[in-house]
Design a protein around this ligand. Structure first.
Ligand code: PHE
Ligand code: CO
Length: 296
């Protein structure tokens, strides 16, 4: 019998907000969502779908429609799972909040995507520090319908289990790859740069900023460069990395990372906003509005 779902949110301590980790898999308590919860979903869904055509990649928009995600009500995981299973064999599982790293990797390696069961409150429409149902479902789940991206996510999970066994420095490198692809990636379509990263498509402000602002760098995907690059968790990104295709992502990440981790262990990290002479620069950021500290 599944445990009673809890809403696990970051706790305020004397060190500021710290994430709280939960491991349990829970059944989505769908009938306990309030009218307000469904309204938050509807509002955010409509707002993003208004601005994403021409900004999000076509694969994302097509897949989101194909799996039957609509603003009408918070989707039922069981219904999305029918579409996902048929398309790529992925399955959504309900969770209470962030998972410990190894648990998260193990789920991905088994083609299970953890989705936070609770949705943000109406006063948090524009920003919240932790993933919620809107970010996870709206942002991450559609591309799991895409066969190549679906395989990349599983490969990432397997790579995570392996990196966990290698050590902390390997996990830091691998987490940067997730951040700059799955969460904040851009892709080059014939008609221009488009968003595929979940952290962007679930944010109104960043969906516009990442493509239209002069401030951030837009740089061609480069595996080791990304693995060395620090990032922002509390502001828009200073740099976005651009892939040409999901096949490029698969091919570039297929080699054994162990020797790469070993080599990178001796190298300095790169500040989030730096541009290197070796970069393929689509846009050099003006840096306007950047804070000088705060890269993680
Ligand atoms: N090739 C990686 C390794 O050997 C695994 C991986 C694949 C990691 C795809 C991330 C993305 O560790
Ligand atoms: Co996410």
């Amino acid at each position: 019998m599944a445990a009673t779902p809890q809403r696990v949110e970051p706790a305020l301590t004397d060190k500021g907000y710290v994430p709280v980790y939960a491991t349990g898999v829970i059944e989505q308590p769908w009938s306990s969502y309030s009218a307000t919860d469904h309204e938050v979903w509807a509002t955010l869904f409509a707002r993003q779908r208004q601005i994403l055509p021409g900004r999000a990649c076509q694969a994302f928009l097509t897949a989101q429609d194909a799996m039957g995600m609509t603003p009408a009500q918070i989707p039922k995981f069981a219904e999305l799972n029918r579409a996902l299973r048929a398309a790529t064999g992925w399955e959504l599982i309900g969770v209470e909040g962030l998972l410990p790293e190894l648990t998260f990797f193990e789920h991905l390696a088994a083609r299970r995507f953890p989705v936070t069961w609770w949705i943000r409150r109406p006063e948090q429409l524009d920003y919240l520090a932790e993933p919620d149902l809107f970010h996870d479902l709206f942002g991450h789940v559609p591309l799991l319908m895409n066969p190549v991206f679906a395989d990349y996510m599983q490969a990432y999970g397997r790579g995570g289990v392996k990196a966990h066994g290698i050590g902390e420095h390997a996990l830091v490198n691998l987490t940067r790859l997730y951040w700059y692809t799955v969460e904040f990636g851009l892709i080059r379509q014939p008609d221009g740069l488009r968003i595929y990263g979940s952290g962007i498509v679930s944010s109104k402000g960043e969906s516009i900023h990442c493509l239209e602002s002069d401030a951030p760098n837009r740089i061609g995907f480069d595996l080791e460069r990304i693995m060395r690059t620090r990032y922002r968790i509390d502001t828009f990104q200073k740099t976005y990395f651009v892939i040409d295709s999901y096949e490029q992502l698969m091919d570039a990440t297929a080699p054994d990372f162990a020797p790469i981790y070993a080599r990178l262990a001796g190298q300095d990290s790169i500040p989030a906003g730096d541009v290197l002479p070796t970069d393929t620069v689509f846009h050099r950021g003006s840096g306007e509005g950047w804070l000088t500290d705060g890269d993680v």
